[in-house]
Design a protein. Sequence first.
Length: 52
Amino acid sequence: METVNLIASGYEWECPECDAVVLEDEIPKDRIVNCITCGGKFEIGIIDHAHE
């Protein structure tokens, strides 16, 4: 059977202030993210894989 490569791309989070869904390319070293919609600034909590 032929193989394929799976590439995880980005991290998604929901802004608690405006409910916007924001996509990050990587985890920031300072573990702080900024909402591109409302400008809110938040500390990253748990990092998890998506579950279906």
